[in-house]
Design a protein around this ligand. Structure first.
Ligand code: GN1
Ligand code: MG
Length: 341
């Protein structure tokens, strides 16, 4: 089924659209449709999201709740098809959804200023706050054990047993570094067992390019990429922000020495996060702020390395060893966050 046939299933009228791919994110395929009104048409990766209907159901549950309780809050839910369905399936079984395109907005791959860090963090926090009263049982995991560090470490161990000797050799330094942080897995186990964390509806993928900024004022406009909107812990969202905000270079950087932790950005983002979440988080939860950044940086490094060892089957890549470079960068950042720089 061609792109044109897919978009005809949505209520877009008969006007013409210019179609261009948007290369953002490692998982889905995204296109911008530019016409009288503009839209985002996206193919969901069904190999990653094995139950696309769950993704759609979660987003709809959140949209319905916000519509009732906070209609002025901009929540980017998808536009149903002309027959009222959430998605259109193509001939290969991939689901497609349509979103409105918000004019005069941009995404960025790195934070430039403290103000941007504050705004983005408060923007992600606001989503959690707005959904704080919603019924958790209406939401299901779209990817099981998504941020379960114990499970991700097991997957890494398994990948090690199956990897080719060449890949293991190429990755030997990063593998060793990953193994040296196994104490974080133990700490995660303890934190979860303590019961100190509350389950809430979290975004779960709060990297800096998953929020729209006003192109002129750089104020946060709304969060995007809601495929992992599901029950989780605040450490997942705050940690992923620390991971992707603090360094002046993005996670793909080739020159590892450019990765540094900008303390002022770190402080600004935590302040921005707490500007919304202070009254919601418990004191015990607030004691886990530092751990959150280390844990999420570690889990992403593990996942990228695991994918490299598995032969690059999960994340989209454009050159060989890209996943290894990504993993190396995460481990470098972890060294800095953990005071081993
Ligand atoms: C993926 O789709 P994207 O690029 O926003 C991944 C996140 C990782 C991120 C690493 C469903 O997010 O968990 O943090 O790449 N999403 C999924 O940059 O695996
Ligand atoms: Mg994304």
């Amino acid at each position: 089924m061609a792109l044109d046939d897919i978009r005809r299933k949505f209520p877009l009228g008969t006007g013409k659209f210019q179609v261009e791919p948007i290369h953002a994110g490692y998982i889905n395929q995204t296109y911008k449709l530019t016409g009288e009104n503009s839209y985002i048409l996206q193919r969901l990766n069904k190999n990653v999201f094995k139950h696309p209907e769950t993704v759609a159901k979660n987003i709809r549950a959140a949209a319905d709740y916000i519509y009732l309780h906070d209609p002025d809050y901009l929540f980017l839910s998808s536009i149903k098809t002309t027959s009222g369905d959430e998605m259109v399936y193509d001939d290969e079984g991939f689901p497609w959804r349509l979103f409105p395109y918000i004019a005069n907005t941009i995404t960025v791959n790195k934070v430039e200023t403290e103000e941007e860090a504050f705004n983005a963090a408060s923007g992600f926090a606001r989503l959690t706050k707005k959904l704080a009263g919603s019924d958790l049982t209406l939401f299901q995991a779209t990817i099981d054990r998504f941020h379960d560090l114990r499970w991700r470490y097991e997957q890494f161990d398994e990948a090690l047993t199956r990897a080719t000797p060449e890949r293991k050799e190429e990755a030997s330094n990063v593998i060793r570094t990953c193994q040296s942080y196994i104490y974080l897995v133990e700490k995660y186990r303890q934190v979860i067992a303590s019961g100190d964390l509350s389950l809430r509806i979290m975004h779960n993928d709060t990297k800096i390019n998953n929020i729209l900024f006003d192109a002129t004022t750089r104020k946060d406009i709304c969060v995007i990429d809601l495929d992992t909107l599901m029950p989780g812990y605040f450490i997942y969202d705050l940690g992923d922000m620390i991971r992707t905000f603090v360094s002046p270079v993005d996670e793909e950087v080739k020159d590892v020495s450019q990765i540094v932790v900008r303390k002022n950005i770190y402080d600004a983002l935590v302040k921005g996060y707490l500007s919304e979440m202070d009254s919601i988080l418990t004191e015990k939860e607030k004691g886990l702020i530092e751990f959150s950044g280390q844990m999420m940086t570690y889990i992403m490094g593990l996942r990228m390395l695991t994918d490299f060892l598995n032969g690059d089957i999960y994340y989209q890549t454009t050159y060989p060893k890209q996943n290894l470079i990504r993993a190396r960068n995460q481990l470098r950042l972890l060294d800095l966050l953990a005071g081993n720089g």
